[in-house]
Ligand binder design. Structure first.
Ligand code: F0G
Length: 467
């Protein structure tokens, strides 16, 4: 599928040094230097490896402030791959969210989403809205089964609109794939139903398209009628129901930075779409972009980054790439299961989620089993993962998950084996692990997992003498 033409040499500190680094980082792996990590599964965002064609495009980047050629290349790629002909670029996904949600959400509004990613939730709230998650039953259950567990519960969203008044619902949001629900995919049928709800209540349909190509791959694999369609056809169908897209190019744009909002005349309402409304929205978004991101033909991205993303978007919808990509995630899941590590099944598109409550049953939620597992895995194998349970989401009912997100085109089977070995070894001695307590946390509780400091309850992460 690909060959490596450039290598990043690394030398990983030994266990004693890792233990010291962990202590210094306040048992928060966001504060561990990346150089001291052997396999970094903290995120799949901006951490992928670019192709030679992308590097070539970088060199051709046009840095003009206005009307850059690289911007036109990005516009063309978005139109071709995603079917939207108008874009407002931003420095990354959350910049695009700020531009869009600040324009369409008002004080007192309610915004349903299959599940809000944390920055989405924060931007809807910042604009005065109430973000409400409407995942389907089973989405948050590590033992559930289903082909499209990422779907929006359209009936729940409809009830929400009835309860708060449809005029207070400016948008229905569908996040593909559903990152906060273990990277599960959304079906085209579900997006169609979300579209029809949006029509009924006169709301916009917004798709968070960060991982649209991975989602399209699942549609091809699982949704009746799509097996013979190309990924591009599926992607355009999936996204084509939306009035607007928010995109982080750091995921399925295969870029290291960047994002955009896209708008189009896709409303398949009775009158064939309200283009005045779309024109007005586009103008409003451009004005907000000038204020917060940059002139609307670069929006916080360098010309070279737009050029690289234009190439990346086309590569991301190649079937061979996606087979390898999703296949690698499944490979890690199988290796972990062989090492008897409990994981969320079915496996999603960009990450494997470990069920930390099942892995460390002796550690209660208020002692952060997920974060304990993250720290122990770093100590054991210099593997970095991220906790997405009661440490990251205080005061919400969520499973104790640890996400192992795989950067695109970066690691090989040996890396995945190392990860599975590290988790397997940790769990062999699970009864010796002690939980954690928070000793310092930032004011904004919803963002605490990025910077809070913790310490082991028994003074050390592992009870008893060092191995
Ligand atoms: N929406 C979703 C579904 C995301 O997963 C992310 C980022 C964003 C929006 C924001 O994009 O990072 O470019 O500003 N997710 C990363 C992650 C950070 O690790 O899951 P961004």
């Amino acid at each position: 599928m690909y060959e490596s033409r450039m290598v990043d040499r690394s030398s990983v500190p030994d266990r004693a040094e890792r233990e010291r680094l962990l202590e210094r980082a306040g048992y928060n792996v966001f504060d561990v230097p990346a150089e001291a990590v052997a396999v970094d599964l903290l995120t799949d965002s901006g951490t992928g490896t670019m192709s030679t064609d992308q590097w070539a495009a970088l060199l051709r980047g046009d840095e003009a402030y206005a009307g850059s050629r690289s911007f036109s290349e990005l516009e063309d790629a978005v139109a071709e791959v995603m079917g939207f002909d108008r874009i407002v670029p931003a420095h990354q996904g959350r910049g695009a969210e700020h531009v869009l949600y600040g324009a369409i959400v008002e004080e007192g509004d309610v915004v349903p989403n299959n599940t809000h990613f944390d920055t989405t939730r924060a931007h809807v709230a910042e604009a005065g809205g109430l973000p409400v998650d409407c995942p389907v039953a089973g989405a948050m259950d590590p033992d559930a089964s289903g082909e499209f567990l990422g779907n929006l519960d359209v009936d729940a969203a409809r009830e929400l609109a009835a309860e708060h008044g449809p005029e207070n619902v400016p948008a229905i949001v569908v996040t593909v794939t559903n990152n906060a629900a273990a990277g599960q995919p959304v079906s085209i049928e579900n997006v169609r139903r979300a579209r029809s709800l949006a029509n009924d209540i006169d709301a916009r349909l917004v798709i968070d398209a960060c991982r649209f190509a991975e989602n399209a791959y699942f549609v091809k694999e699982r949704e009746p009628g799509w097996a013979d369609a190309s990924i591009r056809e599926i992607a355009r169908e999936l996204l084509g129901y939306a009035d607007a897209l928010v995109m982080s190019g750091k995921k399925d744009g295969l870029a290291t930075v960047g994002g955009f909002v896209a708008v189009g005349d896709h409303d398949p309402g009775d009158d064939g779409g309200d283009s005045d409304d779309t024109d007005e929205l586009f103008e409003q978004l451009k004005q907000r972009a000038i204020l917060y991101e940059g002139f609307p033909t670069y929006g916080g991205m360098a010309g070279r980054d737009m050029a690289a993303m234009a190439v990346g978007l086309r590569e991301a919808v190649e079937l061979e790439y996606l087979e390898h990509r999703v296949g690698q995630v499944r490979e890690l899941a199988d290796l972990l299961e062989a090492a008897e590590v409990p994981i969320y099944r079915p496996v999603g598109g960009h990450a494997v989620y470990v069920d930390a409550a099942a892995a460390l049953p002796a550690i209660p939620a208020d002692q952060f089993p997920g974060q304990t597992l993250v720290c122990a895995a770093y100590r054991e194998g210099a593997v970095r993962a991220v906790e997405l349970g009661s440490f990251a989401f205080p005061k919400t009912e969520r499973p104790e998950l640890v996400r192992l997100a795989i950067p695109r085109r970066t690691y090989h089977r040996e890396h995945l084996e190392l990860v599975a070995d590290a988790f397997g070894d940790v769990l062999d001695r699970a009864d010796r692990l002690t939980g954690l307590e928070i000793v310092e946390e930032p004011e904004r509780e919803s963002l605490r997992h990025f910077s809070a400091q913790l310490q082991p309850l028994e003074g050390a992460l592992v009870d008893g003498p060092a191995e």
